[in-house]
Design a protein around this ligand. Sequence first.
Ligand SMILES: NC(=O)c1ccc[n+]([C@@H]2O[C@H](COP(=O)([O-])OP(=O)(O)OC[C@H]3O[C@@H](n4cnc5c(N)ncnc54)[C@H](OP(=O)(O)O)[C@@H]3O)[C@@H](O)[C@H]2O)c1
Length: 331
Amino acid sequence: MTATPTMQAWQFERYGHYTDALHWTTRELPMPGPRQARVRTAAAALNFPDILIVAGKYQHKAPLPAVPGVEGVGVVEAVGPGSKFKLGDRAVGFCHGGGTLADAFLVDDASAWTVPAHITDEQAAALSVTYGTSWFGLTHRAGLAAGETLLVLGAAGGVGLAAIQLGKLLDATVIACAGDARKLAVCRDNGADHVIDYRREDLVTRVKEITDGRGADVIYDPVGGDLFEQVKRCVAWGGRLVVIGFAGGHIPQIELNRILLKNMAVVGLAWGQYLDRGSKLPEKAQFEFYDMIARRQIDPVIFRTLPFADVKEGLRLIESREVYGKVVITR
Ligand SMILES: NC(=O)c1ccc[n+]([C@@H]2O[C@H](COP(=O)([O-])OP(=O)(O)OC[C@H]3O[C@@H](n4cnc5c(N)ncnc54)[C@H](OP(=O)(O)O)[C@@H]3O)[C@@H](O)[C@H]2O)c1
C-alpha cells in the first residue's frame, strides 16, 4: 500500500485566536481536481482576513482542519484535468477559502494566473487582492476621472496604498488619510498630494480646505467604523463613495436624504465576487498590473518579508496596526 503524500502547513483544528489555534503540522497533500493546479509555495501574503479565517469569523468557512492564507505564488507541480496551467509554470492564485500558508496549495483556473519573469515572488504575492480591489473600485465602480479628487481612507494599508498609486496613475488629486505621521509619510512617498492625520485633524475641515469647500469626488473607504460619520460629510456634489471594507470594526449607516441632496452614489465593491462569478476582468487586470510594474507605474509596498516560521509574528504585526503595505511570507 502506498503512503498518502503529506506536506507541512499552518493548520487550525478549531476556531480561535491564531496565537493558540494555529499550528505548523503535517497534513495531506491536496490533489488538484478539474481545472485546478497545485502550486509549490514560494511566497504568500498575509491579510487581515487570515485572522478572521482562523477565528471562524470570515464569510468563507473551510471545513476543519483548515489552513489560512488567501494569496500565494510558486511553481505548478501537479495539474488536474483541463487545467490551463502546465507543470513548471510560475503561478499566483487567490484562494478565497484559504490554504496558501502551506508547502503547497490548490488554485482554480478562474482565480490564478501565470507570473512573468520580471515580477518577483514577493511582488506577485502582494499584488492581486490589493491592486485588484483598488482598480475595480476606482475604475469599474467609481468611474474616477482625470482631474477629480480622490480621498483614500486607511491609506497606508494594503488596499489603501494601491488606491493612492492607481489614483495618481488615473491623474486624480489624491488625499490620503491615515492614523500616524509614519504612515502619512509612506502615503506621500507613494504619490499622495495631500495627507490628513485623522487622529489629530478634523477630516471634514481638512478635506473642505483642500478642495475649496467642494469635498472629494471619489471616496475610497476600506475602514467604515466611527470614521464614517466624518467621511459621509466629505463627498462632493455628484460624488461616489466606494464601500470597500470595515477595518474600523463596525458597519456604518448613511441617510438617504444625504445621497439625494448630494446627487451622490454609494457603490459597493467585492473583488472576490468577480472571481467567484467567473468574470474574465480580473485576469485582464492582472496582466495590466504586470505591465504597470514593468513601466514603474505601480510598486507593491512590502512592509516586511518573513520566513514561514514567523507567520504568527506577521499576523501580530497586522493585528497591532504596525503594518503599512503588505507582510509577505517566503520559503
Ligand atoms: N471589498 C473587497 O473586495 C476587499 C478586498 C480586500 C480587502 N478588503 C477589506 O478592506 C479592508 C482593508 O484591507 P487591507 O488589506 O488594506 O488592510 P490593512 O492593510 O490591515 O489596512 C487597514 C487600515 O485600516 C485602518 N484601520 C482603521 N481602524 C482600524 C482597526 N480598528 N483595525 C485595523 N485597521 C484599522 C488602519 O489604518 P490607520 O492605522 O492609519 O487607521 C490600516 O492601515 C479590510 O477590512 C479588508 O477586509 C475588501
